[in-house]
Design a protein around this ligand. Structure first.
Ligand code: ATP
Ligand code: MG
Length: 510
């Protein structure tokens, strides 16, 4: 084996935080190397050091790539060496097309004129490699997060890649698409391309990784060799969190009451193609104290359903009725939905959940300013107390509650979004991919909060692409496909196979 990359004794500090403390890591040529650790452990920071996002001089330690010491001044330097990083927060320009995004800064042009024929042709080839059938002209904003991820990878392939770094590439993908992406990595490996894969999904790591480096609190604690030994998930978890974890889900004793939340005959149309029904005559209910899961494949319409109900945040031509405690309520704006006790925690924290340049303490009360005011003005002491309380309960890793959201690790940003909606104390809470990008230990905490919310008499709806998660947290599961509800079953009777067969039997309309 030849070593392609060696990072030695990397130390990186931010004001008040030592994000990396003497971290070392070695990647062999042609391997898939997983990088794991809890939220805030330093994974993304290490990869930003490697790719020159944090330039040489802003950290201590040494980077050697293909035997040469590298002192990257910026990301273009690392790209020239064939190190390509795909960040945790995707960086595509929403209003531009797929093709424009792929060749941004690297335009196919002759004599100053963009050669669209070549651009589209090349784009089609690259999209085919990642299994996307979209037209090159499609705008990014019209793609779901999962497909955007694939566009990022296609973009990486447009450059000469030797080492591909993927920071949580599958966190927004469903099972099938995740599998496809991992197969893609295996294919790259067969072609001699090395990759570093950051993921919280330990089952995928088990499937593809040749070696695993574990970070804990900014230090490298171990490197596990999957070629020589069988690595159990439990081994990885123990190194990550510093203790063993026996249960993935907290125990529950549901006390389910009357119907508390009901949606009747809900229909919503696509905002750009107003003849297309994205949500088609959906009816469902949630009882007091109940956790209801909504299963479905990516594109089934689950997020669109939740968002259109939550203050018409999505779609046009919306019709149907929403009832809370048997009374029809007005959900025509986000403010009215919140006033009627309905909250929606989004999967896309960057766009809908957080004010990134504000501090943790200012973000948490945003959906319930009354909760921190004395009737007229904001009570600073109360604001601070609330923020600290949620930071402790959700174990949000930060230097203080005065830290800006933009500087938090991805998983910790997600926890702040969750804290914000918990503090709003809704009767009905709709959680859309609540553990996306959350580490195993913190997932447990979030499941415990969901259980607590239900136990305190709330109605909780969970949308998740991770079936084991849905099966683990829900009391009852609805199955959605192509905009319609195609099945319903008690979680006790549900299994991944049953849910999949309901989806398949319901068929495809197009
Ligand atoms: N620009 C910054 N300014 C201040 N602190 C930062 C900055 N970037 C990261 N940090 C801090 O450094 C630590 C490591 O963050 P990093 O994003 O590397 O974690 P991570 O392992 O990628 O976590 P996650 O799994 O949640 O994505 C965290 O405590 C984070 O708050
Ligand atoms: Mg990260």
């Amino acid at each position: 084996m030849t070593t392609i990359l060696e990072m030695r004794n990397i130390t990186k500090t931010f004001p008040g935080v030592k994000a990396l403390d003497n971290v070392s890591m070695k990647v062999e040529a042609g391997e898939i190397h997983a990088l794991v650790g809890e939220n805030g452990a330093g994974k993304s920071t290490l990869m930003k050091v490697l790719s020159g996002v944090y330039p040489h001089g802003s950290y201590d330690g040494e980077i050697r790539f293909e035997g040469d010491e590298c002192k990257f001044a910026g990301i273009s330097d690392s790209e020239k060496r064939g190190i390509i990083i795909i960040h945790q927060e995707l960086a595509l320009v929403p209003l531009l097309s797929i093709a424009e995004n792929i060749f941004l800064g690297n335009e196919r042009a002759s004599g100053g004129v963009i050669d669209w024929g070549e651009t589209f042709g090349r784009t089609r080839e690259l999209l085919a490699k990642v299994g996307l059938k979209e037209a090159p002209q499609t705008r990014i904003t019209d793609l779901g997060l999962g497909k955007q991820q694939l566009v990022e990878i296609a973009k990486a392939l447009s450059k000469e890649v030797k080492l591909l770094i993927l920071d949580e590439p599958t966190s927004s993908l469903n099972e099938t698409d995740s599998q496809a992406l991992l197969d893609l990595l295996l294919e790259f490996k067969a072609r001699g391309i090395s990759s570093i894969l950051i993921s919280h999904k330990l089952n995928e790591i088990g499937r593809v990784a040749d070696a695993i480096t574990v970070l804990r609190d900014g230090s490298s604690v171990s490197t596990l060799d999957c070629r020589a030994n069988t690595i159990e998930e439990g081994d990885i978890i123990r190194d990550m969190v510093g203790r063993s974890m026996t249960d993935r889900f907290p125990p529950r004793d549901p006390k389910i009451g009357e119907v508390m939340f009901e949606v009747r005959n809900w229909t919503a149309h696509h905002p750009l193609h107003s003849d297309r029904k994205v949500v088609d005559n959906v009816s469902f209910n949630v009882r007091k104290g109940e956790v209801v899961g909504i299963a479905g494949l990516m594109g089934a319409g689950r997020t669109e359903l939740a968002m259109s109900v939550f203050g018409r945040s999505y779609g046009v031509g919306i019709s149907g009725e929403v009832l809370v405690n048997g009374q029809p309520v007005d959900v025509s704006t986000v403010g009215r939905a919140i006033d009627n006790g309905i909250c929606y925690v989004t999967e896309d924290r960057k766009t809908y959940g957080l004010v990134l340049d504000e501090t943790i303490r200012r973000n948490i009360p945003l959906a319930n300013l009354d909760g921190i005011s004395n009737g007229i003005v904001v009570d600073d002491h109360r604001e601070l107390a609330v923020a600290r309380d949620y930071r402790d309960r959700l174990r949000i890793k930060s230097s203080s509650v005065a830290q800006e959201a933009v500087n938090l690790s991805g998983g910790n940003q997600q926890k702040v979004v969750l804290a914000k909606w918990l503090f709003a104390e809704p009767d009905v809470l709709i959680l859309d991919e609540p553990t996306r990008g959350i580490d195993v230990g913190a997932k447990y905490e979030i499941y415990a909060i969901i259980a607590e919310l239900a136990a305190s008499g709330r109605a909780v709806v969970v949308i998740s692409s991770e079936m084991p998660e849905l099966l683990g947290v829900s009391d009852r599961i609805y199955v959605m496909n192509e905009g319609r509800f195609v099945g319903e079953l008690p979680a006790a009777d549900a299994s991944q196979e049953k849910i999949m067969s309901m989806i398949i039997r319901s068929g495809h309309r197009n």
